[in-house]
Design a protein around this ligand. Structure first.
Ligand code: NAI
Length: 456
């Protein structure tokens, strides 16, 4: 039996960051991780998908840059090479986390951890035949892809016909026909990549729009861009059966189907709360996720939960910060998790990025809302780099307190610009103060300033 101050169960963004901060703060810490450090984000999510998408964009640029005076011949995409590079990027980052753990004196146990329970000694976890005991425990077991009981879907996953976010990143051949079930974040990012590299992509989405909670106007622009690029959208369609090289669905009350070489199932994720002894702690859960307060405490004293497992905002950067808040709370430092200004990005091409409330959410919440909207064409740099682009910047303003409630962007660099907007929302800056900021020129972020002039 080895004694620690903190056991971190799961080494993804919530867990590895928390472990480093805890060790810095003087807590003797062990991380128990069954797969590779870095979790879904590094191994089968954020990083590998961005690596693929970058290759896709380069390929597309090479093919379609004649409007900019550039033509290339014999342009090819080598999917095996793309995947190999992705693997190299992932292993470099995973190795980096391992080194950071060593540097911070965090013990890493690379094994499946089973929670045995809580005794007077603390939380007890068994891994690799060893027992680990600690005063505090941080649950960071993450989430997994939802595979609903649609006939043929599970069998499809087993046979390799249906893929989740994990397998889609390792395809060594580009499928001729890819059907994506779910037009949310994962669905649209992967539809984007495979469409750029030549697959005929069909997105079957239950709702009448893609992009989930994305501002509806922006979701429509994204849809228009991808429809133009050749993606077929089957919106408002319910999948009824998968198999025999096709996806069957209901469209306007009638049966329809689309042929597929591969199917991506991207209809959401759920917290991982079973199979590792969590039931031994009597932790309070709601809708399948561990309930936490704004200091990441659960109902069990000394037990914290950060990241996808609490089901609040399933984003790596949220997890990262939640892990920090949990550790600060253990260390007796006052820290609170705030969720009102968490930026979100869909790494499509064009990129979509947002922070704060959408127009619909702000109105539903009862704010006196003013909307300012400008075309990204107001930015000289955007115009120079985006022939025919239709990006926009949309600001949601609280008229009563003269501050930003939300910022929504579609267009190049949106993912990098949104950080500045998050600062404005988080710090509740007054519109007047934002107007006094000098933006660099020429940049695409200048559209935010342009949009500010439209506020009455
Ligand atoms: P999601 O919740 O973003 O989208 C799922 C979509 O599937 C929704 O539009 C939903 O209406 C649709 N759907 C549900 N059931 C369906 C059915 N039976 N038939 C057709 N459509 C159906 O979930 P997704 O894309 O799987 O992503 C999971 C999580 O990963 C999200 O929380 C997301 O935020 C996160 N993520 C974040 C990324 C980023 O920050 N760039 C990248 C990838 C994932």
């Amino acid at each position: 039996m080895e004694k620690f101050d903190l056991i971190v169960l799961g080494g993804g963004p919530a867990g590895y960051n928390a472990a480093e901060r805890a060790s810095e703060g003087g807590l003797k810490t062990v991380v128990i991780e069954k797969r590779a450090l870095g979790g879904v984000c590094l191994n089968e999510g954020c990083i590998p998908s961005k690596t693929l998408i970058h290759s896709g964009k380069l390929y597309e640029h090479a093919l379609h840059s004649d409007v900019y005076g550039v033509t290339a011949e014999n342009v090819k995409i080598d999917q095996k090479k793309v995947v190999a590079r992705k693997n190299k990027v992932v292993s470099t980052l995973v190795g980096g986390i391992g080194m950071a753990m060593k540097k911070h004196g965090v013990k890493v146990v690379n094994a499946f951890g089973t929670i045995l329970g809580k005794t007077e000694e603390g939380f007890e976890v068994e891994a690799n035949g060893e027992k680990y005991v600690a005063k505090y425990m941080l649950l960071c077991a993450g989430s997994e892809a939802v595979v609903p009981p649609i006939p043929g879907l599970r069998e499809g996953v087993e046979s390799g016909f249906v893929l989740t976010n994990r397998e889609i990143l390792d395809l060594e051949a580009i499928p001729e026909k890819l059907v994506v079930i779910g037009g949310g974040v994962i669905g649209m990012e992967m539809a984007s990549y495979y469409s750029m590299v030549g697959s005929k992509v069909t997105v079957v989405e239950m709702l009448d729009h893609i992009g989930g909670p994305t501002d509806i106007e922006i979701a429509k622009i994204l849809e228009k861009n991808y429809a133009k690029a050749g993606i077929e959208f089957k919106l408002g369609c319910k999948v009824t059966k998968v198999g025999d090289g096709k996806v069957c669905f209901e469209e306007n009350g009638k049966a329809n189907e689309v042929a597929a070489d591969k199917v991506l199932c991207a209809i959401g994720r759920r917290a991982v709360t079973t199979g590792y002894g969590l039931e031994n702690l009597n932790v309070y859960m709601e809708r399948g996720a561990v309930v936490t307060d704004d200091q990441m405490r659960t109902n069990v004293p000394g037990l914290f939960a950060a990241g996808d497992i609490n089901g609040k905002v399933m984003l790596a950067h949220t997890a990262y910060r939640e892990g920090e808040v949990a550790v600060n709370t253990m260390l007796g430092k006052k820290d609170i998790m705030r969720y009102n200004a968490i930026p979100s990005v869909i790494y499509t091409n064009p990129e979509v990025a947002a922070v704060g409330l959408t127009e619909a959410q702000a109105k539903a919440a009862g704010y006196d809302v003013e909307v300012a909207k400008v075309s990204m064409m107001f930015s000289g740099r955007y115009l120079a780099e985006n022939e025919g682009g239709d990006g926009i910047c949309k600001l949601i303003v609280d008229k009563k307190y003269n501050r930003l409630l939300g910022v929504h962007l579609i267009g190049s660099y949106a993912s990098e610009i949104i950080y500045g907007a998050a600062l404005m929302v988080e710090t509740e800056m007054q519109i007047q103060n934002i107007k006094e900021i000098v933006f660099p020129h020429p940049t695409v972020c200048e559209v935010i300033r342009e949009a500010l002039y439209d506020i009455k």
